[in-house]
Design a protein around this ligand. Structure first.
Ligand code: SAM
Length: 283
């Protein structure tokens, strides 16, 4: 029988998806994980009642959180993904053949195991790639303690509730800065500004204390409701946010990418922020 799965992430708002079939519903060691089939969005996963990914629109989020910082950097060899247990960001990152190693630090092994089983096409073999290293740990602890250094850090986190809350703290961002190489880039999942404004304001404020350049870029994913979603951006290299469309187009071609949302025009346009988002960043 059809059942409505309702997300109640935003106070006073219910976002419902009609589940044709619930295929998994249980607790992992860290979170309540539900997987179900939907008529338009395909297979959907929620964690603690919040939509994380659907097979129909995951490409937007995963392409934008990976290719944009990787092509902006241009010479990345070592990448760190914090969270990202579904493997989608790992899949897109590994498309960059020049990368030597991609470390994914996920707190919840259950997410990796269940996504490998129910969403095999999302990771598409990425967990078995010889350049991939999987660490099961809290991201805050990892960035505070590791001796390794990364050219790009991608924070593919849940929202700031449950285990993901620590990934929005100044202490965590300081840990990221500590293990970035000179001129490295930090990007973060920063919520939908219209619905979660203080989250973006808080992150960018913390970035500004640590980095010479702090901002955000935008992309619209249908199941992250309330308008475009923001990705936090922080680096000490002031030039990287302002690279021209032509520079990115050359890098895009050299990387041999084939993408559905991300492209050189979208890359440069993503940094154009509407007034209400700029106000949140400058608040
Ligand atoms: N696309 C997503 C969304 O909707 O925001 C993010 C998805 S990805 C599944 C988020 C992952 O972050 C989850 O698998 C969760 O277990 C992981 N995570 C949450 N807190 C974490 C922490 N403190 N350290 C490492 N990983 C964490």
């Amino acid at each position: 029988m059809d059942e409505w799965v309702e997300e109640t992430l935003h106070p006073g708002v219910r976002f419902g998806l009609k589940a044709e079939r619930i295929v998994f519903d249980s607790r992992t060691d860290h979170q309540h994980l539900v997987i179900f089939e939907h008529g338009r969005f395909g297979t959907v996963m929620t964690l603690d009642g919040v939509v994380q990914l659907t097979t129909a629109d995951e490409f937007v989020y995963h392409e934008m959180i990976t290719h944009l910082p990787l092509l902006a950097h241009g010479r990345a060899e070592n990448v760190l993904i914090i969270g990202g247990g579904d493997g989608g960001a790992l899949r897109e990152t590994l498309k960059h053949r020049a990368l030597q190693k991609v470390t994914l630090c996920e707190i919840d092994r259950g997410v990796i195991d269940l996504c490998s089983e129910y969403f095999p096409k999302v990771s598409d073999g990425a967990f078995d790639d010889p350049r991939a290293e999987i660490v099961i740990a809290d991201g805050t602890k990892f960035v505070a303690e590791t001796d390794r250094r990364f050219d790009v850090i991608i924070v593919d986190s849940t929202d700031p509730i449950g285990p993901g809350a620590v990934l929005f703290t100044p202490e965590f961002y300081a840990g990221c800065k500590r293990c970035l190489t000179d001129g490295g880039i930090l990007v973060t999942q920063n919520g939908v500004p219209f619905m979660q404004g203080p989250e973006l304001t808080g992150s960018v404020k913390a970035f500004r204390r640590l980095f010479r350049d702090a901002s955000a870029y935008l992309a619209s994913t249908p199941t992250y409701i309330g308008g475009p979603m923001s990705y936090g951006w922080a680096t000490d290299n002031l030039a990287l946010r302002r690279l021209s469309r032509d520079v990115i187009a050359t890098r895009y071609q050299e990387a041999g990418l084939n993408t559905l949302y991300y492209n050189p025009e979208v890359h440069t346009a993503a940094f154009a922020l509407p007034g209400y988002v700029r106000d949140l960043i400058d608040a």
